[in-house]
Unconditional design. Sequence first.
Length: 445
Amino acid sequence: MNPTFHPNRRSFLKQLGAAGIAAPFFTRHLISAPPSGAVRHASFGALGMARADWSALTTHASLKLTCVAEVDLARAEDVKKKFPEVKVYQDWREMLDKEHKNLDSVNVSTPDHMHAAMGMSALQLGLNVYGQKPLTHDIYESRRLAEVAREKNLVTQMGIQVHSSIEYRTAVQLVQTGAIGKVKEVHTWSNKKWSDATPRPDKADPVPATMNWDAWLGTAAERPFIGSGYYHPSNWRKRLDFGTGTFGDMGCHIYDPVFKALALTAPLTVRSEGPTPNAHNWGENAVVHYMFPGTKFTAGKTVNVTWYDGDERPPAEAQVLLGAAKLPAQGSIFIGAKGVMLLPHVGKPVLLPEENFKDFAMPKLEPVNHWHSFVEGVRGNGKTSANFSYAGPLTETVLLGGIASRFPKATLEWDAAGLKFKNLKDANQFVRRIYRKGWEVKGLS
């Protein structure tokens, strides 16, 4: 492979267009019976979360990892050692251009800003997609991925593996069976700090010889490479153009059982009380208030859910309800009409006050493998529980918090159907971004 090769864009788009025509027939074949019973799979990304995903997926006997796209070839050594026959591409577009006819599924496990471009390109080619959280970098992208996956009847799953855990499924069941009564409010938090209050360094460092910096930037605007881990391999989470901060990183995990248990839909309003981002980086110590329409599992016509990260935590009046129970580093407090549920991330739900639930029989659930559920879905056996029809709205909700942080102490009224804010037009510019010229993607651009 020539690391500097870039596929002819016209060829790539031609393939996408052809796949769009053939997708209904190709998709039915995939869902009913992948060739020879095997699921032929590609990974976007080779190390970090990508390695976690392809490692878990390949424990399924029917899945075969055939190729990998990795912009930094030094990070592909691990996958090549484990699977010597795997083809490695430095440009994901080249991989799709050459390999899509020999694939059934992909996982997208890269920096957030490329999730939608890669995921949509795969969907357009009729490939089933396992997409890491957050599903996308921007709200519009989440909406479109959910729509296209549904239109093409493809199997999808977002990488919120705790969604399938016994702990989170138990929590959902406890709420929905009324263990703590109708829920009045929820507080949820993470101690992580994917934030940076300092200015971006004014410098340009040499790009590592193994790295294609242009491909790493992808849809984002051009800029110089900065070394010492400023962007690559993980601190991109702090940067506005590439990551989605602590909330984007952990919100899709920790908000998930809240969203699922209460059967929430799109929020009516969102308000940030925390600091704003600077010109390039997400702010620290977020506090974001949501008001959702009430559901059959909530106590009123609306229900409030509040997010805290960094050093921020739920207020004293919520914490006092825990009694002697310690506040975990990450988790949620569900306050119900008949009791409280503390849900650590990741841990067993605790019903409080303890004396009221000492004889309570917890539900007994069977384990579910989140990655294998996706593979079995591709093979036509069952359905995934965090498909894009669920994960898209969940991600949209989380991403609204990031937008709200740019307008502190302003209550933003959200029109979900119109994908816009009703009372603050300046906020609408952050719902959808413009991709860099040459990196446009059918269905998104």
